[in-house]
Design a protein. Structure first.
Length: 484
């Protein structure tokens, strides 16, 4: 027995000596992948936040409210592997969801199941007004809501132009819309809607003189009779030189061009979409815009997002208020004014934003120098296969490099350093069809296998339910334009 024990100790000593020698000769530090314990700490079994792998890896609610960017080219599985599994996963929870659905596929696959689990199903669908809610972004706003009115006016112009023009030109067009919107809010709040604002812009003429009397009559602030800000703003706009004035009016008209479409007028003239409902009742709101008409309806998407975020951030949620999960597909086409501040603050209001981009460079293109602040406000990234080079390169740089430190023998003073990229851009670009890279805050990266909903028995069964049958919208779409 002693001989056996001695032999065992000798073996362990030699193995230990070899390991110590190996460690002394070769050391590694720097970037690495998360180990199994670290992965378990991220995806705890009790977590109820975003479902990352389509199967069982969920973030905590806290991490989910710090937002997620899904980087995925068309056809890479972001709908089947991320969006639909998350919607079905949330069906068993008390929350609300806002879902951008470019093709109607998500509604077709999830609305029936959500309805069966007690969700109120709503759609905003400019192509089918018979089944769509009506949405007036100014609904309920009066002289007490100047900031919200200004936010909507800014959103309309910046959705079209964003960073494309110098600020002075956009600001002039925005000021013009603000004057008209505030006049209506002060004196005719029931007529405060985009069709009427568009009508006033169309009547502006060469220098606005035909609207002078109307502006003066409607500029009286019922909450402050000494307020001359509207008249002063109007004078400031109309006293500009002819070229600037023409540019302001042209920008405003172009931003509102879709308001000359009768269908859009009907959609935006009245309102039965109560966004406050999202906090009180389990609700799934689908924004259905055909992919081939995304550009045409982009202003509508951006105005809805602007108003939605303003409503959700109106006050801190109470204990009984529902959390809201937003799955915002094709977000790279959107421009939300001051989004760099919003994304860093809305987390406090129990709102989770999952923004879907085709390339991380879309943020740079849309937001310019503010893109870095937006990226900093996104807590986690999920990069699917086929990423473009700029995305793959940026993610590879974020992940970092592994440093190898080598010596030829234990007595060698000289060390040799070798840097290795943990994940090269090419490795990220050539991920398998159901693989993804997951990055989260200050944690080490993970390679994750994605399970599409049709490979998950529970979700596949849920999707087999027939879509929810929306009731006919009985709204009287009579568009009553104001009298001048």
């Amino acid at each position: 027995m002693l001989m056996v024990m001695k032999g065992t100790f000798d073996l362990l000593f030699k193995a230990g000596k070899y390991l110590v020698k190996g460690y002394a000769l070769n050391q590694e530090e720097g970037a690495r992948f998360s180990n199994s314990q670290e992965e378990k700490a991220i995806f705890k079994p009790r977590n109820t936040g975003l479902l990352i792998d389509g199967k069982n890896k969920r973030l905590s609610e806290k991490d989910s409210f710090e937002h997620l960017a899904v980087i995925a080219k068309p056809g890479s599985g972001k709908t089947t592997g991320f969006i639909i599994p998350n919607i079905l996963d949330k069906a068993s929870q008390k929350c609300s969801m806002v879902i951008t659905d470019p093709s109607g596929e998500i509604f077709a696959n999830t609305s029936g199941y959500l309805s069966s689990r007690g969700y109120k199903i709503l759609t905003l669908n400019p192509d089918d007004l018979s089944k769509s809610c009506r949405f007036n972004p100014f609904a309920g706003l009066t002289a007490s809501n100047i900031i919200e009115i200004e936010q909507i006016c800014s959103s309309i112009v910046l959705s079209k132009y964003g960073n494309d023009k110098e600020g002075v030109w956009n600001d002039g067009a925005i000021s013009l819309l603000e004057v008209f919107a505030k006049c209506l809010a002060f004196t005719e709040p029931d007529n405060l809607n985009l069709p009427n604002i568009n009508y006033l812009v169309q009547m502006f003429g060469e220098n606005g003189s035909g609207l002078d009397d109307w502006v003066v009559e409607h500029s009286i602030n019922p909450e402050d009779l000494h307020d001359k800000s509207i008249v002063n703003a109007w004078i400031g706009i109309t006293k500009n030189n002819k070229n600037m004035l023409t540019s302001y009016a042209t920008i405003a008209k172009t931003a509102l061009k879709q308001l000359n479409n009768r269908q859009i007028q009907k959609l935006l003239a009245s309102n039965d979409l109560n966004l406050n409902r999202l906090r009180r009742e389990k609700t799934a709101l689908y924004l259905i815009v055909p992919a081939n008409q995304q550009g045409y309806y982009q202003f509508l998407i951006d105005v809805l997002y602007t108003r939605l975020f303003a409503v959700l951030m109106h006050r801190l949620p109470q204990r009984d208020d529902l959390s809201v999960y937003c799955f915002l597909d094709e977000f790279g086409s959107s421009y939300i004014n001051d989004f760099q501040a919003l994304i860093n603050n809305i987390r406090k209001y129990r709102v989770s934003l999952s923004i879907v981009l085709q390339s991380i460079s879309q943020l740079d293109s849309k937001y310019g120098k503010n893109a870095e602040a937006i990226k900093g406000g996104i807590g986690s990234y999920l990069i699917l296969s086929g990423a473009d080079y700029s995305t793959a390169k940026e993610i590879s740089d974020i992940i970092g490099k592994r440093l190898l430190i080598q010596r030829n023998n234990l007595t060698d003073v000289e060390k040799h350093y070798h840097e290795l990229t943990l994940l090269t851009p090419d490795q990220i670009r050539t991920l398998g069809n159901q693989q993804a890279v997951f990055l989260s805050k200050n944690r080490h990266p993970l390679l994750i296998n994605i399970t599409p909903y049709y490979q998950n028995f529970l979700y596949k069964s849920a999707v087999n339910r027939k879509p929810y049958v929306l009731p006919e919208n009985q709204t009287d779409d009579n568009i009553g334009l104001i009298n001048l």
